[in-house]
Design a binder for this molecule. Sequence first.
Ligand SMILES: *Cc1c(COP(=O)(O)O)cnc(C)c1O
Length: 382
Amino acid sequence: MDSLPFIDLRAQWEKHEPALKEALLGAAVSGKYILGPQVRELEEALAEYVGALECVSCANGTDALTLALLAWDVGPGDAIFCPTFTFFSTAEAAALRGARPVFVDINPVTFNIDPNSLAEKILWAKEEAGLRPRAIIPVDLFGLPYDYEAVARLAEKHGLVILEDAAQGFGGIYGGKKACTLGHVGITSFFPAKPMGCYGDGGAVFTDNVDLADVIRSSRAHGAGGHRYEHVRLGLNSRLDTLQAAVLLVKLSAFPEELDLRQEVALRYERALVGMVPSCPAVPGGRLSSWAQYTIRVPAVHREAIMAHMKDLGVPTAIYYPKCLHLQPVFAALGGRVGDLPVAERASAEVLSLPMHPYLTESDQDRIVSALFEAMDRAAKG
Ligand SMILES: *Cc1c(COP(=O)(O)O)cnc(C)c1O
C-alpha cells in the first residue's frame, strides 16, 4: 500500500490551484520581485488577522527572531531565557548575537516553558551567573500558545521583554488574543511545514510598538535610513520575496477554514487515542492550538520499534525533538548535563508526532490509528 504523506501540501495545492497559479504568475509577470506591492498588502492583512499594529515580513522565522533581538540591541552579557525543548533556532538567534541562552524546563502536559523553572533560572542568571536578564523567548510548541499570564507576570517582575516564538503557533489563541501578539514582539515562520507555509522560506515579526517596527523594517534591509544607500545601523538582507507574499495572500484567505479542519482532525485523534496511548496532547481552557503537530507519548524503550513498524505499514511519524538544546554539542561549553532539565529530557525520549494536516481524511486517520495500535502491541510483546 502507498505510504501516506506526513503533511499533504499537494492536497492544499489542488484545492486552491487556480488562485495560487494566478498569484504566482501575477508576481512573476510583474517584474517587482523584491518588495512588490503584495509584500505590503500581506503585512497589512497579517497584522489585521493577528490583531497587531505592525507586521514586518522577512526571509524566515530564524531571521525574525534575530531582527527582534537586534532591535533590542541584545548582546554579550545578556541572558535570554528559552525552553530547552524546541527547535534549535529559538536559542541560535540569541547565541549568534553573543548573548547567553539560558535553558528552561517544560510543563509535561503542554510541552511549553514551565514558569516555575523560568523563575528559578532568572534568579540563577542574576544572582549566580552575573548575567543581565533581558528577554524571554517562550515557544508555542506544536501550535499550543504558551502559558502567557504566568510568564508575563515574571517578565514584569524582573523587567524583561517577551519575544513570542510563534513559528509553529500561527492561528493559535490564548484568552481571546491571537498567537504572535502574546508578548512585546511575536514572530512566525512560513516554512512549508508550518501551519501556514509558503513555497520556500518566509517569516514575519509582529509588534504594537511602532518605533520598534521602524527599526526592524530598516534592519531587514541592511539598516537602511531615510533614503537609498544611506545606512543608519547594521542589519540583514532579509526581505520576504514578492512571490512568497503572493502565495501567502492566497493561503491566508484559506487559513481560517484550514484551522477549523485542523481542530476536527485533532478531535478525531483524541477520540481514538485517549486512554489508549500513554499521553495525548491536552489544550488548557481558554486556548486554541493551531495543531502544527499532533504529538503523543509512547514508552521510550519502544519508540524506535513503533516508528519502524508504522513505517512498514506506510505511516510516517516524526520526533520533535530528539535532543534537548542544553545537551546539543554546540552548547557543550555552557555546561548542560543529562538530568539538568528532567521533564524536557523525558519528553524528548517519549514524543512521537503523527501525520497532521487539514486535509487528512477520516479513513487515512483510521489507518494511522490502527497502524499505531498494531505497532504498540507488537513492541509490547517484544
Ligand atoms: C521553524 C521554527 C523556527 C524557525 O523558522 P524558520 O522559518 O525555519 O527559520 C523557529 N522556532 C521554532 C519553534 C520553529 O519551529
